[in-house]
Design a protein around this ligand. Structure first.
Ligand code: GDP
Length: 437
């Protein structure tokens, strides 16, 4: 295993801080920046086996994919669980009740994946710590949870025992964001990709068997809207469903008392209860095999490492600066970022055409031709490119592009016209001088 945990996003006195250099080191790595991003993260209360689970995920990943630190890794090793007595490495996990970090911890190695459709992707894995414990305020919890939801393409909510109503409330931000995007843009796509409830120590396998299938039935039962539900519970359920492309649930058995209670336990799989070991071996490939991976989209736009770097920093800056983060401000910011860069690209098309043609212009008609052709090409690129947001957003940014081009043209039209007039004047004088001579 050739990576280490990096605490890139931290909470210090309720303020988000992040390590810009470390984030860029991952997302702008030469092997990552142009690949589509897959981002897998786990959230939930501390001391519930999150890091332990991710440790086994890393075993699977190193047995199946190359990575930036292991570009020549031997891949597709069916014996991915390794030897029964090998201590578990990876994200720091430990017995005891003290948490060590608060925030989002990224694995420093990024996995390089060739997707079945031929696309190249890069996969980031992140743990989150310090959530939902007695020392973390509700506002901080919701900040970490919201940030993770915005960044990931597969979010795992790790819970002990059962899904409770307040666990669904954790998804408030996601559902608010979904409400907003649906109302504003009328887009049919859902704002977030995959979400999995991972239930540990499941104690009711007779009714809902362990694994995915039992989890699906259990989740269906939780998310069904019942006639006696008050309006608030109904709307939470409806919006959770409209927030994520895919909602799943997996039920894991109790791992056995060595795993759960032995303070000297080192993570090896030898002492795990057989049920637990079997379910772990089934669940992890279902989550991480290449056909189950989902790339990150933000408002319908595919993220590469480089694009994600811009958007994530934008989000982090918003979370850094405000105590209460409104889904609306995140939504508007992402649209502004995307549409401003589209406007800039279209403006460059116009400007390059003008710069290449301006020297050959000899009369007013040619000025108009160059202007009309360059502007036409910029505007039609804008019209044909993929956009983010509602038709009203598109019209607004189209007007910005239009005005920017018109304003810019005043300068070069004026100097070109002055040149034409000067050439004409010089010609007239030359002719006059010739006549006089
Ligand atoms: P985290 O704080 O959520 O990341 O928790 P850790 O992964 O550090 O694990 C905390 C403790 O829970 C360790 O002693 C693990 O051995 C133990 N543990 C791991 N998985 C499970 C599980 O499924 N059930 C129970 N009861 N304990 C677990």
């Amino acid at each position: 295993m050739s990576g280490e945990p990096l605490n890139i996003v931290r909470f210090v006195n309720s303020k988000v801080e992040y390590d810009k250099g470390a984030l860029e080191g991952l997302l702008l790595h030469p092997d990552v920046k142009d690949r589509k991003l897959i981002f897998i993260s786990i959230v939930g209360a501390f001391r519930r086996g999150k890091s332990f689970f991710l440790g086994y995920c890393l075993r699977y990943l190193y047995a199946h994919y190359k990575s930036i630190k292991n570009p020549h890794n031997l891949i597709n090793n069916p014996n991915w669980m390794g030897a029964a007595d090998t201590p578990l490495q990876g994200f720091t996990w430990r017995s005891g009740t003290q948490r060590d970090t608060t925030g989002i911890i990224f694995w420093s190695d990024v996995f390089l994946v060739d997707l079945p459709n031929g696309e190249k992707a890069a996969m980031i894995i992140a743990d989150s710590q310090g959530l939902f414990d007695t020392e973390t305020s509700t506002a901080d919890n919701s900040k970490i949870f919201s940030l993770v939801t915005l960044m990931t393409s597969m979010e795992i909510l790790n819970l002990q025992g059962i899904i409770q109503e307040d666990h669904l409330q954790y998804l408030q931000f996601a559902t608010e964001y979904a409400k907003f995007t649906t109302n504003q843009s009328g887009q049919s796509q859902k704002p977030f990709q995959n979400f999995m409830f991972l239930i540990r120590d499941w104690s009711n396998p007779d009714e809902y068997p362990f694994g995915y299938e039992g989890g699906r039935k259990y989740l269906d039962e939780i998310l069904v809207v019942k006639p006696h539900h008050p309006a608030e519970l109904k709307s939470v359920r409806e919006y959770i469903k409209s927030s994520f492309d895919k909602l799943t649930c997996s039920l894991l058995p109790y791992p056995g008392k060595t795993v759960a209670r032995d303070s000297n336990y080192d993570g090896r799989w030898a002492p795990m209860d057989e049920d637990f070991l079997n379910e772990l071996k089934l669940l992890i490939p279902k989550l991480l095999s290449v056909e189950h991976l989902t790339t990150k989209k933000i408002n319908g736009i595919d993220m590469t490492g480089a694009l994600a770097n811009e958007y994530f920093q934008q989000f982090l800056n918003i979370f850094q600066s405000s105590t209460v983060v409104q889904p609306q401000s995140i939504y508007e910011t992402t649209i502004d970022k995307f549409m401003t860069s589209l406007v800039n690209r279209c403006f460059d098309i116009y400007k390059n055409f003008v710069n290449n043609s301006v020297n050959g212009i000899q009369n007013e008609d040619q000025i108009n031709n160059v202007f009309n052709t360059s502007k036409g090409s910029a505007m039609s690129t804008f019209d044909n490119e993929k956009k983010m947001g509602s038709p009203a957003h598109a019209a607004n940014y189209r007007a910005i592009l239009n005005t920017r081009i018109d304003n810019d043209s005043v300068g070069w039209k004026g100097t070109t016209m002055a040149k034409i007039l000067k050439v004409r004047e010089d010609q007239r004088r030359a002719e006059e001088a010739a006549r006089e001579a």
